[in-house]
Design a protein around this ligand. Structure first.
Ligand code: ZN
Length: 203
């Protein structure tokens, strides 16, 4: 098994600071998957490992779909490793939709792939777009799990914050568990620093 935490660290993708996450919560750490995936060899290595896990489960997949932008690189590489087609959803006026001529057919078996799954919110929105066209979401996948959702093969139960359905498998290479804080109860805020969006300061 590959050491995904080490791969993120080596790529400078395991950031330390005071981050404002897309969920509105604060965190001392942030995983910048784009930085890991900037090396196509690493992307291929991770996707192959994830594909192996999915194939070994016996699950049949017709298509991989990722919510843009975050999941696209991981999803594309996973689709390549699985030998299936790849599509993505994107947000239009706040709603996650399939555009660009992408469509799914009735009963098509779709895996929704993210780079990182935190609570699974965006993945679930992508799933709704697929199911709206009659597709069936048969699995979720991510390079890494932030520790809230139950990973396939792991004994650790999902936390309340996890939004993914319990009856659909979720594949990920590793758990990355670190604290996230409510902005009103954040020790980093109490120390007097201000949370910032990852990427807004050149990271
Ligand atoms: Zn804070």
């Amino acid at each position: 098994m590959i050491d995904i935490a080490q791969i993120y660290k080596d790529a400078g993708a395991y950031l330390e600071g005071h981050f404002l996450l897309s969920s509105g919560k604060h965190s001392q750490y942030y995983l910048q998957s784009a930085k890991v995936l900037e090396n196509p060899k690493t992307a291929l290595l991770l996707a192959k490992e994830l594909a192996k896990m999915i194939k070994e489960s016996g699950l049949q997949i017709d298509t991989v779909c990722s919510p843009a932008l975050g999941g696209v690189l991981a999803g594309y590489e996973l689709a390549r490793a699985l030998g299936v087609r790849f599509i993505f959803t994107e947000r239009v006026n706040g709603e996650m939709v399939l555009r660009r001529g992408f469509s799914v057919s009735e009963g098509e078996k779709v895996l929704v792939c993210e780079d990182i799954i935190t609570t699974g919110g965006s993945a679930l929105e992508a799933a709704a777009a697929i199911e709206g066209q009659g597709g069936t979401v048969v699995a979720y996948a991510a390079l890494a799990n932030r520790g809230f959702c139950k990973r396939y093969g792991s004994a650790k139960e999902a936390a309340k914050a996890c939004k993914l359905p319990e009856n659909v498998p979720f594949f990920a290479l590793a758990d990355f568990e670190f604290e996230i804080y409510d902005p009103h109860d954040c020790p980093l805020c109490r120390e007097g620093t201000e949370a910032y969006k990852p990427g807004s300061r050149g990271n």
